[in-house]
Design a protein around this ligand. Structure first.
Ligand code: F6R
Length: 235
């Protein structure tokens, strides 16, 4: 079941997104799957400004770079702290431990965390190539948490944020597609004209591992919030 909500702009989208979080909480949701990136920022701002209380809730983030400490300003830990947790603390917040280079251990731990805290509502952004989390095109739909080698273009794009090339993350830990699809409810957000083509492909094109987000068509409870620009290619 897919519900598409089209709003004027990213600010309105953030308000709508925060409303969906509040409704889920009121309906008994305990575990919230969170994302980083520019897309969910206005949702987190609207939550931060609201009277919502996550102090009895658990959060589980999608992904993290390998090799960055939580206090590194490029880490997703840091992003979450600054954008949401400083304003709305959760009872417990999980982000993959990017500081632990033992991938097998991190993966085991994270899969266990997701199993014991089934996600009630997962918020997602989408990459222009259809990625969700760090699940790039070709990632199997049955994947759980895994380590991802970042593409050279991602590494190059990230290098401007670091003082030396050695510091630029080459890998990330990410929930897999099956981990994401296991959430009871999914909220996908996309804003801006740059997302218009991939939103059409993901929501109205064939379901294929070449477009990771296309799997969301098979989810039983998907809400999509788009601004008019991101919705402009939909038929
Ligand atoms: C973030 C994440 C990514 C982003 C995607 C879109 O945790 O997993 O998949 O959601 O790259 O990024 P933005 O929102 O910056 O356009």
């Amino acid at each position: 079941k897919m519900r598409i909500i089209i709003v004027k702009n990213i600010e309105a989208g953030g308000k709508k997104g925060a409303q969906i979080f509040s409704e889920a909480l009121a309906n008994g949701a305990k575990v919230f799957g969170l994302a980083t990136g520019s897309t969910p920022v206005t949702t987190y701002q609207a939550l931060a400004a609201s009277d919502i209380d996550f102090s009895n809730s658990v959060s589980i983030n999608l992904d993290e770079y390998v090799g960055l400490t939580p206090d590194n300003s490029q880490s997703y830990h840091y992003f979450m702290q600054k954008n949401l947790f400083d304003f709305k603390p959760f009872k417990k917040s999980y982000v993959p431990d990017g500081n632990n280079l033992d991938a097998a251990e991190v993966i085991d731990q994270y899969n266990h965390i997701i199993e014991t805290n089934p996600i009630d509502l997962q918020i997602l952004g989408i990459g222009q190539n259809g990625h969700i989390g760090f699940n790039e095109p070709g990632t199997p739909f049955d994947s759980e948490t895994h380590e991802v080698a970042l593409s050279q273009s991602t590494i190059n794009a990230n290098s401007r944020f670091f003082s030396s090339p050695e510091e630029v993350p080459q890998k990330a830990y990410s929930m897999g597609i099956a981990s994401i699809m296991g959430a009871k409810q999914i909220l996908l957000e996309a804003f801006g004209e740059k997302k218009a083509q991939i939103i059409k492909d993901a929501l109205q094109g064939p379901v294929t591992e070449d477009v990771p987000a296309s799997v969301l068509q098979q989810h039983p409870d998907l809400t999509v919030i788009l601004d008019e620009a991101a919705a402009s290619q939909l038929e």
